[in-house]
Design a protein around this ligand. Structure first.
Ligand code: PGA
Length: 233
């Protein structure tokens, strides 16, 4: 089986640089799968790990944009990936058009966008309703973009944990596989990964699906022992 892509979204954790460096230092450098750590932006320049990603970026490379971080700046630090359109960013105002601008800005700097979709889905929705949501998002998010250069992360929002992925129900692996097939067939995404409440007990189920190319992990990526298990599955 080819290497899967396992992305660690640390979100707003930890609260000290020392703890961030300690966590990064405890993640295996010889994992079976490809690992990308996405610590908070403020720590990016001081974390030593082969593949680093940012959790978000702005669409302009420079100028009068207080508080933003640009793809050009990420590129300068050697950052290879950038999460865009995470539901926690969409919740505080990122629109589909803004997400599209971010995807384009990343690609212009040769940073691989990890485009999160799935916002608005609820546990009750059936596959057809979910594909409607995905189609609406991806039609805008991927406008004018070569989709083969994008990693799409399917994240059913109802399944995203509040930090402990053992307390929330993940989606079923066969549902995630169906969505991955939809995203690949209709939108030609380069890779499709699954995220939301991934933990040691369910990771293998997702990774063994032929069309799921990896995982976007949140809570479990802060648990070094469990994360090391997942990246070696
Ligand atoms: P979770 O987060 O694994 O804690 O559910 C995933 C994500 O929000 O990307």
């Amino acid at each position: 089986m080819s290497k899967k892509l396992i992305i660690a979204n640390w979100k707003l954790n930890p609260t000290t640089l020392k703890d961030a460096q300690k966590l990064a230092g405890s993640i295996s450098l010889k994992a079976k799968n490809k690992v990308v750590l996405c610590p908070p932006t403020i720590y990016l320049s001081q974390i030593d790990y082969p593949n680093l990603g940012a959790q978000d970026c702005f669409w302009a490379d420079k100028g009068s944009h207080t508080g933003q971080t640009s793809p050009a700046q990420l590129k300068d630090l050697g950052i290879k990936y950038c999460i865009v359109g995470h539901s926690e960013k969409r919740e505080v105002g990122d629109t589909d058009e803004m997400v599209n601008a971010k995807v384009r800005a990343c690609l212009a700097q040769k940073i691989i966008p990890v485009l999160c979709v799935g916002f608005g889905t609820t546990v009750e929705q059936d596959d057809l309703e979910v594909t409607d949501v995905l189609r609406a998002q991806l039609n805008i998010n991927l406008k004018g973009v070569d989709p083969s250069k994008v990693v799409v992360a399917y994240e059913p929002v109802w399944a995203i944990s509040k930090g402990n992925p053992y307390q929330t129900r993940a989606a079923d692996a066969d549902h995630a596989e169906k969505m991955a097939i939809f995203i690949k067939t209709k939108f030609k995404a380069g890779k499709v990964i699954y995220g939301a409440s991934v933990n040691v007990n369910n990771a293998k189920g997702f990774l063994s699906q032929p069309n799921i190319d990896g995982l976007l992990t949140g809570g479990v990526s802060l648990m070094a022992k469990d994360f090391n298990t997942i990246i070696n599955l």
